[in-house]
Design a protein around this ligand. Structure first.
Ligand SMILES: Cc1cc2nc3c(=O)[nH]c(=O)nc-3n(C[C@H](O)[C@H](O)[C@H](O)COP(=O)(O)OP(=O)(O)OC[C@H]3O[C@@H](n4cnc5c(N)ncnc54)[C@H](O)[C@@H]3O)c2cc1C
Length: 438
């Protein structure tokens, strides 16, 4: 049985701790703040409750696998329900696209309804072909990169070529989608995560395929409930949680880790899982000095009273700035809890921009909690959006699952496969595979 110390209690750290404890290790989790979850948690004010970060997840199989492999299945603890539509996209020319998941046919019909058909190759034809073009990419990367620790010696030529591509998402969408509105739909996730599609590799577009095929899912009552369920799982599995304890560095001798240096002293370790930005730990920082964090969006949580327009769970208002409105928070009777995320040129108040986009609730706002990107990074000790893409070289500059220090592994948004709940959940599964049973 190895003594494992997990640094960071966000989704990446919680998932790693639960999996490794189930594998029989003696696990201690070190978390800087006095509560767990990182971005996966709630903001509460005057009877309103909003998800602080994620409100839904792609690839629900990742969360289900985590619960199954660490004890009882998810269904015994929480419900996961599909978002329908997965998003509503509103464009500056007044068109609205309600994008469903589930099938190519459903997306074709929705795009045709919103953007028109008629031409020999309609925007709808282009969209479904664009998305379907990632089917093989998904299949290859899922097998060789997402579900198995990456090993260039054992990887197929196809997988190596995909990951080494010079083509950017921007170039790829320009090549396959003539309609500018669809190019925006294709790039909206990376843009929301603080990325510039010119610097993002083309294969990242596979998440559009994943979204179409498996949908986007949420937990009724808020994704933050996942943190509570995982916290309970750690109790069941006997994980020691050191809350309010910041890890300052690793103790390394002869390139092997022996402890984590924290605010309350050293915690001895045979194995360390770094589930925070590794730039924060001096023993790891030199190995990632060429990376930069992707900065979180501007966040504004709103408590609104009175009648509001009926809206789906996620509305993307394209333009500069791009706003994403998430309507699924919990509110007292007769009120509504919405969250606005902003990216781009926010030259005026974000609620006024929403008003200008035709969603007129400014005068009904009773409670408002603004969180700047700087505040968020401070609160979470780093960016939950992980590493900024600076071209294909970023893959080599970012650390993979195994760190160059013996006994150290990485999980969370700053490592392979990247940010977002599905990737972060997969990162913990990769760590568990490499560490193995006690
Ligand atoms: C506004 C916003 C909306 C998002 N929406 C979605 C969404 O809808 N769907 C989706 O899939 N993803 C979404 N994401 C991304 C997703 O939230 C993250 O990728 C994921 O939660 C990151 O998890 P993590 O464990 O890597 O990091 P974090 O959640 O950042 O957790 C890191 C934890 O480590 C702790 N910590 C930091 N430094 C130290 C230290 N030195 N010592 C001890 N503890 C430390 C922090 O306190 C924190 O608890 C969103 C992100 C943001 C910011």
């Amino acid at each position: 049985m190895a003594r494992v110390v997990v640094v960071g209690g966000g989704f990446g750290g919680l998932a790693s701790a639960a999996r490794l404890a189930k594998l029989g290790h003696d696990v201690t989790l070190v978390e800087a703040s006095d509560h767990l979850g990182g971005a996966l948690g709630f903001v509460e004010h005057d009877g309103f409750r909003w998800d602080a970060g994620p409100t839904s997840t792609l690839l629900p199989a990742v969360v289900r696998d985590l619960f199954r492999k660490s004890g009882r299945p998810l269904e015994r603890e929480l419900e996961l329900v599909p978002l329908e539509p997965v998003q509503q996209h509103r464009f500056e020319d007044g068109t609205t696209l309600d994008l469903p998941a589930g099938s190519r046919g459903a997306q074709h019909a929705a795009v045709e309804r919103a953007l028109g058909g008629g031409r020999r190759r309609s925007p709808a034809d282009e969209w479904v072909d664009y998305v379907h073009g990632f089917a093989d990419v998904w299949d290859t990367l899922r097998r060789e990169w997402l579900e198995r620790p990456w090993s260039p010696e054992h990887a197929s030529k196809e997988a190596r070529e995909l990951l080494a591509t010079r083509a950017s998402l921007h170039k790829h969408t320009n090549r396959f989608l003539r309609d500018e509105r669809l190019r925006k739909v294709a790039s909206y996730r990376p843009v929301l995560e603080g990325q510039d599609p010119r610097n993002v590799p083309a294969w990242v577009g596979m998440w559009s395929y994943v979204e179409q095929r498996f949908g986007a899912w949420t937990v009724p009552g808020g994704m933050g409930l996942l943190t509570g369920a995982l916290e309970q799982r750690l109790v069941t599995r006997g994980v020691t949680v050191l809350g309010g304890t910041t890890a300052h560095d690793l103790v390394v001798s002869g390139n092997r880790v022996s402890a984590v240096r924290t605010t309350t002293g050293n915690v001895d370790a045979d194995i360390v899982v770094c589930a925070v930005d590794p730039r924060r730990l001096p023993a790891l920082a030199p190995h990632v000095e060429r990376t930069m964090p992707a900065i979180p969006p501007v966040v504004c949580h709103l408590g609104i009273v009175g009648d509001v327009p009926e809206l789906p769970p996620e509305v993307v208002l394209h333009g500069d700035p791009m706003l994403v409105l998430r309507t699924g928070g919990t509110a007292p009777d007769g009120a509504h809890a919405w969250t606005l995320l902003g990216r781009g040129r926010l030259a005026e108040d974000i609620v006024s921009i929403l008003q200008r986009c035709g969603i007129r609730v400014r005068d009904q706002v009773e409670v408002r909690v603004d969180r700047s990107p700087r505040e968020l990074v401070q609160a979470w000790g780093g960016s939950p959006d992980g590493v900024l893409w600076q071209g294909r070289g970023t893959l080599a500059h970012r650390m993979g699952t195994r760190a160059p220090v013996d006994g150290v592994y990485l999980a969370g948004a700053h490592t392979t496969p990247g940010s977002g709940l599905p990737s972060v959940g997969l990162s913990a599964a990769l760590v568990a595979q490499l560490v193995g049973p006690a």
